[in-house]
Design a protein. Structure first.
Length: 221
């Protein structure tokens, strides 16, 4: 048997520790351990948090792809985005309007069709089809992908309608409006189809060079 003396956890003449005192002591020990933690263990939480804050600030400042260039109408109906307040700049049918690397020109817009396509590929509207003819030109210095899903139309009270993939594809044999990459200086002519309620009154479109851009507003009325 060992003759080494045992170290008591509590003096024999001390009164028993109450539950309240035990909890207080546990909290104190936990606080001390946290304060004594080595700096490199603390940094593993601080650094990721700081990185998230920096990334959020960059995204909020730049507004996404194509949002850095600011320009104003040149007197000939041409406009670009952003407008300085993070909202889409507006322009009318037949006038070129720029968002990021794309210059859009809506040549016509109309609603009321119930069927698009041909005998091979045909789509029936849930409500009515609104059809937009437009030209998209890449005015940037690198290739950019155009997607129908990035284009929207709105009612006068700002109800948003997205493009119909099936109807747009049925209406166009080439399908460039769905997804296509446009090189600098090149352009495409296409038609985007939207399926909206029968009583919808569409007021304007919002066209984007990417999902991250502010967009360009085109008045359709």
């Amino acid at each position: 048997m060992s003759d080494a003396p045992k170290t008591p956890t509590q003096p024999e003449d001390s009164p028993p520790e109450s539950a309240k005192e035990a909890k207080a002591r546990a909290r104190a020990e936990k606080a001390y351990a946290k304060a004594s933690r080595p700096w490199y263990k603390k940094m593993r939480y601080i650094l990721p948090l700081a990185a998230l804050v920096i990334i959020g600030a960059i995204v909020a400042t730049t507004g996404g792809d194509g949002g850095d260039e600011i320009a104003s109408p040149d007197g000939e109906g041409e406009a670009t985005t952003p407008d300085g307040e993070g909202e889409a700049t507006s322009i009318g049918i037949g006038s070129p309007a720029r968002d990021g690397n794309f210059e859009f020109t809506v040549s016509s817009f109309g609603c009321g069709e119930t069927t698009v396509g041909d005998d091979i590929l045909q789509e029936e509207a849930q409500g009515q089809f609104c059809i937009m003819d437009l030209t998209v030109e890449n005015i940037g210095d690198e290739a950019q992908s155009f997607l129908a899903d990035d284009q929207f139309i709105f009612s006068a009270d700002d109800v948003e309608y997205s493009a119909s993939f099936a109807a747009t594809l049925a209406n166009s044999a080439e399908g460039d409006e769905i997804f296509t990459e446009i090189n600098p200086g090149n352009s495409i002519d296409g038609t985007i189809v939207f399926d909206v309620p029968e009583d919808a009154e569409v007021a304007y479109a919002e066209l984007h060079d990417s999902v991250f851009s502010n967009g360009i507003r085109v008045e359709l009325e």
